[in-house]
Ligand binder design. Structure first.
Ligand code: IMP
Ligand code: MG
Length: 210
């Protein structure tokens, strides 16, 4: 059911900011396609979770674009159908990456008291699952708060031998084992201001290294 992007598209076919032109290899998922897939994810999520008040939890910073667009589609469904669900939002930060490598150290920062999720139905919205460690750490923290239900939607899942086997409940796209940027995904904080999801080239990994 899921399609994967192994080839990607030539950069010249799309508009990218001048300041990133030499940093990218290929466009993997153009912005319009992200939006179309997100619209369908919204429908699937409301079909499954529709009976409840949903607390939508945005995992920052990489998830902010996807979160905002997904909620817009959910709002559109709420406005245009007989059934509707109240939504509230919260934001947390997790940090596990340095340069292009996942570290073992997953930090959760900010948000309301997670204990406020007790007895509630929450939808965790995430940018990309690679090893799965970030999500598994977060889910074990959440489960300590006794929520009624927790579902996870991740825009991307990377096909990698480093995966722990963890799979989110909803997945936008499966992507190749490369370092991806754009649509809020960053490399050391750069490239969040790029609309399409692209493969970063090796030269850029050096250029923006910390
Ligand atoms: P995991 O804990 O290994 O699953 O890594 C997930 C987190 O690592 C994501 O939330 C991102 O912040 C970051 N990450 C993993 N792969 C990429 C990538 O290709 N581009 C940008 N960030 C990534
Ligand atoms: Mg990051």
């Amino acid at each position: 059911l899921l399609f994967s992007y192994l080839e990607g598209h030539e950069l010249d076919l799309f508009c990218v900011p001048r300041h990133y032109e030499n940093d990218l290899d290929k466009v993997i998922i153009p912005h319009g396609l992200i939006m179309d897939r997100t619209e369908r994810l919204a429908r699937d999520i409301i079909r499954d979770m529709g009976g409840h008040h949903i607390v939508a939890l945005c995992v920052l910073k990489g998830g902010y674009k996807f979160f905002a667009d997904l909620l817009d589609y959910i709002k559109a469904l709420n406005q245009n159908s007989d059934k509707s669900v109240p939504l509230t939002v919260d934001f947390i930060r997790v940090k596990s990456y340095c340069n292009d490598k996942s570290t073992n150290n997953v930090k959760v920062i900010g948000g309301d008291e997670l204990s406020s999720l007790s007895g509630k139905v929450s939808l965790v919205t995430h940018d990309i699952v690679e090893t799965g460690r970030t999500m598994q750490t977060l889910l074990s923290l959440l489960s300590e708060c006794n929520p009624k239900m927790v579902k996870v939607v991740s825009l991307l899942v990377k096909r990698t031998p480093r995966s722990s086997g963890y799979r989110p409940d909803y997945i936008g796209f499966e992507v190749p084992d490369a370092f991806l940027v754009g649509y809020a995904l960053d490399y050391n904080e750069y490239f969040r201001d790029l609309s399409h999801i692209c493969i970063l080239n090796d030269q850029a990994k050096e250029k923006y290294k910390v």
